[in-house]
Write a protein that binds this ligand. Structure first.
Ligand code: MN
Length: 205
């Protein structure tokens, strides 16, 4: 039997984001946590095979059309799958630095400077109570920082996320313990601005 959705391979080595994100965290995060979201999403699709014809993004865009008995499973695990697939792609070895391309200009226009944007993003995301994500979205012609709980993705509210950072404890606890702000500060050293620019182009469409 073929499964509807598969865990994408990590696009670099587990240790490639050291020292910002440690190897042990990356291994658990990708191989166990992301795999679990994919497995659980496939479990929902087994009950309703027609769902498997949609991309996971399309499932999240229209949760109302997902049958009641699996809607929450799809929201949580489809979200987990989509969020983590993005997350691995918007990071890269030797990433970080100043933003480039069109996103750099838009950040300057909407936040004043990259430093001001990071400050706003880190403050909002540090305050997300419990598990969730911080996001950058493009709404009404402007960049905005938002947060969501659990694995909720802004795409369910009509906003394609340009970037997002995972603040579930599994994303940072092995190395940073309770110091979420230290993780948030270090995370910017991993950002793949080329990929963020591609996502910005999609968000503008
Ligand atoms: Mn995670």
């Amino acid at each position: 039997m073929t499964v509807a959705y598969e865990l994408p391979p990590l696009p670099y080595d587990y240790a490639a984001l050291e020292p910002s994100i440690d190897e042990a965290t990356m291994k658990l995060h990708h191989d166990k946590h992301h795999q679990a979201y994919v497995t659980n999403l496939n479990g929902a699709v087994e009950k309703h095979p027609e769902l498997g014809k949609k991309s996971p993004e399309d499932l999240l865009k229209d949760l109302a059309s997902v049958p009641d008995d699996v809607r929450k499973v799809v929201q949580n695990n489809g979200g987990g799958h989509v969020n983590h697939t993005m997350f691995w792609q918007i990071m890269k070895p030797k990433g970080g630095g100043e933003p480039t391309g069109e996103i750099a200009a838009q950040i300057k226009a909407d936040f004043g400077s990259f430093e001001d944007f990071k400050k706003q993003f880190n403050e909002a995301t540090a305050k997300q109570f419990g598990s969730g994500w911080g996001w950058l979205i493009f709404d009404g012609g402007k960049l905005k920082v938002v947060t969501t709980a659990n694995q909720d993705n802004p795409i369910s509210q009509g906003h394609y996320p340009i970037l997002g950072n995972d603040v579930w404890e599994h994303a940072y606890y092995l190395k940073y313990q309770n110091k979420r702000p230290d993780y948030l500060a270090a995370w910017w050293n991993t950002v793949n601005w080329d990929e963020v620019n591609k996502r910005f182009a999609t968000a503008k469409k």
